[in-house]
Design a protein around this ligand. Structure first.
Ligand code: ZN
Length: 517
């Protein structure tokens, strides 16, 4: 018994949907026979042939149809999948044998299916709580999950780190959501602050998971008696000062520097893309990196000038005036001198750049590059922080790139800052709702002056803080202080990285060990 079989080119197989293709079987023998048709190979379980058998006279041929319905499962990755038709003859005397096969390739369409879970669902805290979002790619193609956290009541500051996670098929990744109440209260029962974690990936409906910050009073119950005394004193003081009423929300307590270990409890909890979930964001000042002693912040040698170059075809004279003023203010606060080595052409490769340059005198550290760039370069800087952290990037909040005005990225070698990059996003807006451009100067609210002082703070080694009284606060828009001036905490931090902390030695120029701060 002989036969010939062929398969017409199949269409694209969308998992979960039916796909069909026509087949043709010809009886090449001299006698009539019955032929059974079946699909073999990896899709065998998920395909059938209609009709399943054909009675064919000598030399006769007939058509049938293969129907495939692949499961929505990572078992069938997007891409080509072999489809094999086996034709068996059903002649009783010879027994059943495969008399013809035909091959085709079906293209499996990608589908996205990311499952998100959050742990814990409810966390009790007065200031900050962290939630681990676990993402599992149950789709059939690698995907990028964008994670955002939204609070419809606007009672929380929410950040997600990282805000996108690349997931291979079947891979599991995590992101950390940090929730901080926008205001605190002293006493009383805890207040639930529900919010939603939204995970989106291309080609799928957004997945929403709810979580709650059970906000506790700022003062633990055991401290009640002490608080009554303190509040009493404060009330008395405010009455003496002219009868102004007590503010409803108490300010965050100021830190006191420990002169023997300035860095203790003051390592930034999230510095340039590296999140340290075990750390609470320090209140008034913090350092991006500490030496192995846990006390000494990493910094430039404050006793030699920091050389810098500038670039920015899109920057105007007002931008350059803001920079000059900001550098002057930082010099005044730290004793660190800045020397302009000149203007360089726009570098489309930023934020990537060599840390070492070689000249006639040999290798030396590249000057700090202060670059006015578009939001595309800011996006690349954010992408420096891969899922799970490790390599630092720029700010990694959930805001779009136009909401990120800049990034300060010091480069460290042997525990000393040796060069760095300061990116200023000329596309930045000061208000995401109105799209208003960032104002120049150092006035009230968001401004280029405030951005510059903040990013220069990062460059010198300072991290983010909770207190809005300081320019190193983690959110530009939250500032309410009258103008862009350094706060008490900023100055404590700047003292610790400036001349007051003494001179240090800059190591000889060498390619740093892949560390960018
Ligand atoms: Zn910052």
């Amino acid at each position: 018994m002989g036969a010939r079989a062929s398969i017409a080119p199949p269409g694209v197989a969308v998992p979960g949907n039916l796909t069909g293709c026509d087949v043709r079987v010809e009886n090449t023998s001299a006698v009539a026979g019955t032929f059974t048709l079946a699909v073999a190979g990896p899709a065998a379980q998920w395909a059938w042939v209609a009709p399943p058998s054909l009675d064919l006279g000598p030399g006769a041929s007939a058509g049938a149809r293969i129907v495939v319905r692949l499961p929505r499962s990572p078992a069938f990755p997007a891409g080509p999948l072999p489809l094999i038709l086996e034709v068996r003859s059903a002649t009783p005397r010879a027994g059943e044998a495969v008399v013809a096969t035909a091959h085709a390739v079906v293209e499996v369409a990608p589908f996205a299916d990311v499952v998100a879970t959050v742990e814990p669902r409810i966390a009790g805290a007065s200031r900050v709580a962290r939630y681990t979002v676990t993402l599992e790619n149950r789709g059939n193609a690698p995907t990028r999950a964008i994670v955002d956290a939204v609070d419809p009541d606007d009672a929380l500051y929410l950040t997600v780190e990282p805000d996108s996670v690349d997931l291979a098929i079947r891979a599991v990744g995590t992101a950390v959501v940090t929730a901080r109440p926008q205001s605190s209260f002293l006493l009383g029962p805890s207040r639930p602050r529900p919010f939603t974690i939204v995970t989106e990936c291309a080609g799928a409906q957004p997945v929403e998971v709810g979580a709650t910050l059970d906000q506790r009073p700022a003062v633990p119950r055991s401290a009640f008696a002490a608080v009554v005394a303190v509040v009493g004193l404060a009330l008395a003081a405010s009455l003496l000062a002219g009868g102004r009423s007590l503010p409803a929300e108490p300010a965050l307590p100021e830190d006191r520097p420990d002169p023997t270990c300035i860095g203790r409890d003051h390592l930034a909890s999230e510095s340039n893309g590296v999140v340290r979930p075990e750390l609470t964001m320090p209140v008034s000042w913090s350092f991006l990196r500490l030496a192995a002693d846990g006390c000494t912040p990493m910094r430039f040698n404050p006793c030699q000038p920091i050389h810098y170059v500038t670039s920015g075809a899109r920057a105007g004279s007002a931008d350059r005036a803001d920079l000059a003023e900001a550098l002057a203010r930082v010099s005044e606060a730290t004793g660190v001198e800045f020397v302009h080595d000149g203007e360089v052409p726009d570098d489309p490769g930023l934020p990537a750049r060599p840390a070492v340059v070689t000249g006639p005198d040999g290798a030396r550290w590249a000057p700090v590059h202060i670059a006015w760039v578009g939001q595309d370069a800011i996006g690349r800087a954010r992408a420096l922080a891969p899922p799970g952290g490790g390599q630092p990037g720029a700010s990694t909040t959930t805001v779009p790139d136009i909401g990120i005005p800049g990034a300060g990225l010091p480069v460290e070698s042997g525990g000393v800052h040796v060069t760095g990059l300061l990116l200023l996003n000329v596309d930045a807006v000061s208000d995401l709702r109105t799209g208003a451009a960032m104002p120049h100067g150092f006035g009230r609210g968001p401004s280029w002056g405030r951005v510059l002082l903040h990013e220069l703070g990062h460059l010198l080694g300072l991290g983010h803080v909770q207190s809005t009284a300081n320019l190193m606060h983690h959110q530009l828009g939250a500032h309410t202080s009258p103008s862009a001036t350094f706060g008490t905490g900023d100055r404590i931090g700047l003292d610790a990285v400036g001349r007051k902390a003494g001179c240090i030695e800059t190591p000889a120029a060498a390619v740093p060990g892949g560390v960018r701060g």
